[in-house]
Design a protein around this ligand. Structure first.
Ligand code: ADP
Length: 366
């Protein structure tokens, strides 16, 4: 007997796709790459998504139909394709983003998220296009700080891919891992699951054109940092610390995490948070509660810029809780401190881009 395409298509036309009850042929699920060679046939079955629940059963049914209606001797080789374009490879995500800034700290509670949020808002108020990704799986705080705790971002089909649409608030685009995890069960998200979720938030979201993509990373060193440097070419890191000795020791570790040979992410500079306390009614007075200029001295020792000093102000804490970043009030002490920080970040990013080669992602050793 001789095989020819119509014979195969007639056999496949008996197989119905359970998703809509139509046959594989009616659904145009047979790609036009059919090859026949003696008693062998190969072709692709095209699904909407690679995750189609009927994929395995359709493969089996197609093969059985050919064996039943034509001959059990036909050798069948079916490849699966999806209409959905694949996520870009590591290192090729965020093609329209100019600068990727990772905000880090050696330990928790030093104000890293507060700095990341206010830095992002200040950059956007300076006229830049800004995206903010809350990757702090241990305590995602952006939904609260931006007053969008109930937001549930949805996906839209864009250029053949289902992309998550970031939330827009205070002039910037924002996504948080907190939108996708139950805050009471963060432990579930450690390990591979969190890494995967993060890659989705980066590679499967519609971030579009951005000048600055600010990432609030978890405190300390973690698998999440590893995922980030393996996925994105981070332009530079901003390290937040308080002036306390314990915090400074951890801040050093945070710096080394980025500057080791294999990672090679430049440090844009340090931020001294909670640098001093200033009572609202005595704005000239400074009380150095956590020690004086510890971060400033660390910056000098490590030969990296000091990007800013942020005082302890009650309103920073309150505004974080209320979901209105302090920076929105440009004339407040804190507003001015964060604008100054943002201007320094811009300056250091420009210097870095002019003087150092682009960052490379960390290759995964197999
Ligand atoms: P981290 O991300 O390092 O864990 P957060 O940004 O969540 O820290 O800050 C911890 C707490 O400290 C929050 O309640 C925040 O509002 C408060 N906070 C941070 N920076 C300041 C500051 N400069 N003045 C007053 N409160 C601050």
């Amino acid at each position: 007997m001789t095989l020819y395409p119509k014979l195969i298509l007639d056999a496949l036309n008996t197989v119905r796709y359970p998703g809509n009850g139509k046959t594989l042929v009616e659904n145009e699920m047979i790609a036009d790459n059919m090859r026949i060679d003696g008693m062998s046939v190969s072709f692709s079955l095209v699904f909407e998504k690679m995750t189609d629940p009927f994929k395995a059963s359709m493969l089996k049914s197609a093969e059985t139909a050919i064996h039943t209606y034509i001959s059990p001797d036909v050798k069948v080789d079916i490849t699966v394709e999806s209409k959905q374009a694949a996520r870009p490879e590591p290192g090729k995500m965020l093609p329209q983003v100019k600068n990727i800034i990772a905000v880090s700290s050696g330990k928790g509670g030093v104000g890293k998220s507060t700095v990341a949020a206010n830095l992002a808002v200040a950059l956007s108020k300076l006229g830049y296009k800004v995206g903010l990704l809350d990757a702090d799986i241990f305590g995602p705080s952006m939904p609260k700080m931006f007053q969008v705790e109930d937001a549930r971002p949805y996906a839209e089909k864009i250029d053949g891919r289902d992309l998550i649409i970031p939330i827009e608030k205070y002039g910037l685009k924002m996504l948080s891992i907190g939108f996708f995890v139950d805050p009471d069960q963060p432990t579930l998200w450690r390990g591979g699951m969190a890494s995967n979720a993060l890659k989705q938030l980066i590679g499967d979201a519609d971030w579009g054109d951005l000048d600055y993509f600010v990432i609030d990373t978890p405190p300390g060193t973690s698998d999440i940092h590893l995922t980030l440097v393996q996925t994105l070419a981070i332009t530079g890191a901003v390290i937040v610390s308080t002036p306390q000795e314990v915090a400074l020791a951890d801040a050093r570790k945070g710096i080394h995490m980025y500057t080791t040979d294999k990672v090679n992410v430049p440090i844009l500079g340090l931020v001294e948070n909670m640098a001093w306390f200033t009572p609202a009614e005595l704005p000239q007075n400074k009380y150095y509660i956590f020690g004086k200029e510890g971060v400033k001295k660390l910056a000098e020792q490590m030969n990296v810029p000091l990007l800013g000093q942020i005082p302890i102000v009650q309103s920073i804490c309150e505004s974080g809780d209320e979901g209105i970043p302090a920076t929105l009030d440009e004339n407040s002490i804190t507003g001015m401190a964060f604008f100054n920080l943002a201007e320094n970040v811009v300056r250091q990013t420009e210097i870095r881009n002019a003087t150092e080669p682009p960052t490379h992602i960390v290759e995964i050793n197999k």
